[in-house]
Ligand binder design. Structure first.
Ligand code: ADP
Ligand code: NI
Length: 282
């Protein structure tokens, strides 16, 4: 097998296959993912041929554009690679990469892991964020005739995979449902580093977007704000109950019973209510 020949033949195959693809899933998306995958691969120990072929073939047929068929991309890639006489274990690895690379709402448990998948997934995720990510999201929204922004339709953070796939929400929601989550899902150190700048750019973009819409800054929806405060409240409640338990345990077990410890318990409980003093009694 000639390394350069198989890469060049794959490039030609992918370019031809994606001739009429939507702008965010076309040859140029593949090209950027391929380049970034090679860049990230140079910083980790991986099989470069698997990385290059996986990156080139990862979106050869997206289920979104093929009636939801999630197996079609892997099937087409497998058929192509078999014609190139690539080793069967490498073909199997690339097929598994294609089957497992997708975000699909971020709630699914990934069934396969490998350092090569980590690299390609990071490169694919990098192309979903930053300036390019913004362009791709709005292009896809336009392709699907979606609203750009509707302040009455809030992001949905608890979508199942099916709901994510069938969502017709405004494109701005996609930032909260996927794009802004990606920086914390990067696998490699290089990917994490590259994602930071792109993430910051999206935050700045959203601030400007809301400013131009007449809001002062990017306001999280009430749901987000409310659930954040509820979580904080429950967390503190939990913390307080642990402290209470430690305290009671100490009086019952170490001090020999409720009656004996009651006066001290009452005093200490009053102190306990004053946040500054609480650690004195633990
Ligand atoms: P994945 O399957 O990993 O989620 P996709 O192919 O669905 O990847 O998404 C790739 C890119 O397509 C996204 O990063 C985004 O730019 C665009 N896209 C996909 N779904 C949506 C959506 N609902 N709204 C806006 N853009 C979307
Ligand atoms: Ni992709």
């Amino acid at each position: 097998m000639n390394y350069d020949k198989i890469i060049n033949d794959t490039v030609i195959f992918v370019k031809n296959t994606l001739q009429n693809a939507e702008g965010g899933h076309d040859w140029w998306h593949i090209y950027r993912v391929w380049k970034n995958a090679k860049l990230i691969a140079s910083t980790v120990n991986v099989d470069l041929l698997i990385v290059e072929l996986g990156a080139l073939l990862h979106d050869i047929a997206d289920s979104k554009f093929n009636n939801g068929d999630e197996l079609i991309g892997a099937k087409i890639a497998k058929k192509f690679l078999e014609l190139q006489n690539l080793d069967s274990d490498k073909i199997l690895h690339i097929v598994k990469i294609i089957e497992n690379i997708s975000f699909k709402g971020g709630k699914e448990i990934q069934k396969f892991n490998s350092p090569e998948l980590d690299v390609i997934q990071d490169a694919d995720r990098l192309d979903a964020i930053g300036a390019i990510g913004i362009a791709r999201a709005f292009n896809y929204g336009g392709f699907k005739n979606r609203e750009i922004f509707n302040p009455n339709i809030h992001p949905n953070f608890n979508m199942t995979k099916e709901e994510y796939k069938n969502s017709s929400a405004p494109t701005i929601n996609h930032f909260y449902e996927k794009l802004l989550l990606l920086k914390d899902k990067m696998n490699t150190e290089t990917g994490k580093f590259m994602a930071k700048e792109r993430h910051k750019f999206m935050e700045e973009y959203l601030s400007q977007f809301y400013k131009e819409c007449g809001f002062d800054s990017a306001q999280p929806s009430f749901d987000v704000w409310f659930s954040d405060w509820i979580s904080l409240f429950l967390f503190n409640l939990n913390f307080i109950s642990i402290l209470m338990w430690l305290k009671l345990k100490r009086f019952f077990i170490l001090k020999g019973g409720w009656a004996e410890s009651k006066p001290r318990y009452l005093i200490s409980f009053e102190h306990f209510c004053f946040w500054n003093d609480f650690h004195f009694y633990i």
